[in-house]
Structures are given as structure tokens and as C-alpha cells.
Design a protein around this ligand. Structure first.
Ligand SMILES: C[S@@+](CC[C@H](N)C(=O)[O-])C[C@H]1O[C@@H](n2cnc3c(N)ncnc32)[C@H](O)[C@@H]1O
Length: 311
């Protein structure tokens, strides 16, 4: 079977994560199972891989793809933010390594029919787990203008956030916004022709912002980063791939804090809080995909991979 999603920096991520082939690892964002397949191929007979995804389609795709690995691989539906609970139900507290490949998959974008892309006309759903929470359309038609503006500005990093939020509120008074085409056309109509010829479509940032808001992606990441030190065994690894500057900043800051958790005021001569470091970074800087990979897989362009080892 052909899988539309090409895993980014797959070899680098797997080599940094799997330091003990007999260990237990988690792929917290299984998607189409691209990274999972590479991770599982590095495991010995005693090694285990737990694959997790919020999206039931991702769970089916990964389950099918991982069949040949037999009972060394377990695929579950759920959020990596609740990994502690998933491990507990399996009778575990900690693992040797966790991989997160944030954002959405090509499958979600191109084949889910849930309105992640504006290139097709689909209902504006955008939930990764369609069994939970409010759809993008419900959110768009309910939120006050201030909240819409904040979401588009913060998570879409779009300077036209106020104009777009205003246009959404005016349009929904006439009739509710229900489809990707309705929203994309509305945003297109605000752009000057010069802007329309620009590199990205004028609706790109709003769609990204809505997806992040609907799925509360940064909340899930923050919850996971809070728990991560208690989920990884000593010597174990954490590898995170981020595609959005806000997500990457959260990961970078967490890794810095873990490496240097001292909370003493900078003007005292030596540390008295005695907080021990929790992780050490495995690379000083984030790893980026090379030109060849970006040519073959444009999604890799914005990826930053960060890795740390539990002390
Ligand atoms: C970039 S894709 C992963 C692709 C995967 N690494 C592969 O090679 O096929 C991101 C995946 O993370 C999932 N996801 C996003 N937030 C999640 C969360 N909080 N918990 C679990 N899965 C999540 C999405 O549903 C999506 O399938």
C-alpha cells in the first residue's frame, strides 16, 4: 500500500531515539505509521513500540502498516498528553523513549474529508479526533470577534487578523460559515491582487490557526512537556519534531529548563535551590532537514527536530 505521508527526518529521529533495541518506545503521533515503521525496524525481539494517535484513521492506517511486526507493536487511540494514563493501563510508568512528530499528516490534509485543506470544498470540521469537541465551523460561528482575532494573530501569525476576524463576523450574520470554500473565498476576497500572487495562499495562516485552536494543540503539548520527565527512564530519550515556531519555542524552552532547572536569583554566588537537571540536550541546535529531503518532501522545510536524554 502507498502511504501519502512521508515521514520527516525519519532516520535521524529513529537513530536518536532507539539507543537500546530491547527497550520500550512510544510514537505519540503515529499518523500513517511512517516513523513507527522505522522505529520498529530497529527493535530486537524484546523491544516494544506503542503507537498512539488521536485520529481513528491514523490508528487504522498504522495498525495495518505495523501488522508484520506482530505483538512487538501496539496501536492505541488517544492523546500523547495523556500518555501517563495509557502507560498505566498497560501496567507501565516509564519507557525508554518517546517520539512526537507534531502537526497534521498528509493523510488528514488530503484524504480525511474533514476540512483541513482549502484546496477542496469540505465541511469545516478540522477535528483530529472527530468524536470529541467543537468543529471549526461551530467555533467560527460562535466565538466573539476578539477571540477570533487572537487565534488568527497568535497561532496563524497573520498580520491581517483583525480584518479577517471582522469579515468572518460580518459574513456569519448573513449565513453561517460551514465549508472550507466559504472561508477560503472570504479571506481571498480581502486580499489585494498583489498579495494573491504571493507564495502562500492568503487563507493558509487562518486555516492553520483554526486547526490549532480546534485541537487545542498547544495545550496538549504543554501538558505533555509537564509530564515528560516522569515518563522517561534514566538514559531514555525524547525526540520532538515541530513545524510551527510557537511549538518549537515551547519544546526548546522546556529542554533548556530541564537542563538548567536552577531558580536561584542570578545575583547570588552559587545555587542554593539544588534542583537537579532532568534531561541533557543531545544536540545544541535543532536539526533541520537537508536540501535533498526538502526537495522530495516540502513539508520537511519548516521542521525542527530536538532531542534530549533523561539524566
Ligand atoms: C505529522 S503527523 C505524524 C506523521 C507520522 N510521524 C508518520 O510518519 O506517518 C501528526 C499526527 O499527530 C496526530 N496528533 C496531533 N495531536 C495529537 C495528540 N495530542 N495526541 C496524539 N496524536 C496527535 C495527528 O492526528 C497526526 O496524525
Amino acid at each position: 500500500m502507498r502511504y501519502p505521508h512521508k515521514p520527516v527526518l525519519a532516520r535521524e529521529a529513529a537513530d536518536l531515539l532507539v539507543y537500546d533495541p530491547e527497550g520500550t518506545y512510544v510514537d505519540g503521533t503515529a499518523g500513517s505509521g511512517g516513523h513507527s515503521e522505522v522505529l520498529a525496524s530497529l527493535l530486537a525481539a524484546g523491544g516494544r513500540l506503542i503507537c498512539l494517535d488521536r485520529d481513528p484513521d491514523a490508528v487504522s492506517l498504522t495498525s495495518r502498516r505495523m501488522l508484520s511486526f506482530g505483538d512487538r507493536v501496539l496501536v492505541l487511540q488517544g492523546s500523547y498528553a495523556h500518555l501517563d494514563r495509557h502507560l498505566e493501563t498497560l501496567g507501565m510508568m516509564r519507557v525508554e523513549g518517546i517520539l512526537l512528530d507534531l502537526g497534521m499528516s498528509t493523510h488528514q490534509l488530503e484524504r480525511s474529508g474533514r476540512g483541513f485543506a482549502f484546496s477542496r470544498d469540505e465541511p469545516l470540521d478540522m477535528r483530529m479526533d472527530p468524536g470529541r469537541g467543537e468543529t471549526a465551523a461551530e467555533m467560527l460561528n460562535r466565538l466573539p470577534i476578539r477571540d477570533l482575532e487572537r487565534i488568527i494573530r497568535t497561532w496563524g501569525e497573520d498580520r491581517r487578523a483583525r480584518r479577517i476576524a471582522g469579515a468572518i463576523v460580518r459574513a456569519r450574520k448573513r449565513s453561517p460559515i460551514e465549508t472550507t470554500r466559504q472561508l477560503a473565498s472570504l479571506i481571498e476576497s480581502l486580499s489585494t491582487p498583489g498579495r494573491r500572487r504571493g507564495r502562500i495562499h492568503p487563507a493558509t495562516r487562518t486555516f492553520q490557526a483554526l486547526r490549532i485552536a480546534v485541537n487545542r494543540e498547544l495545550d496538549h503539548l504543554a501538558e505533555f512537556l509537564e509530564k515528560a520527565p516522569s515518563l522517561v527512564n534514566k538514559g531514555g530519550r525524547l525526540v520532538i519534531l515541530a513545524y510551527h515556531s510557537l511549538e518549537d519555542r515551547m519544546v526548546k524552552q522546556a529542554m533548556r529548563r530541564w537542563e538548567n532547572p536552577c531558580t536561584c536569583p542570578p545575583d547570588i554566588p552559587r545555587c542554593v535551590c539544588n534542583r537537579p537537571p532532568l534531561f541533557r540536550s543531545l544536540r545544541k541546535k535543532g536539526i533541520k532537514a537537508g536540501a535533498d529531503e526538502v526537495r522530495q518532501n516540502p513539508r520537511a522545510r519548516s521542521a525542527v527536530l530536538r532531542a534530549a536524554e533523561r539524566i
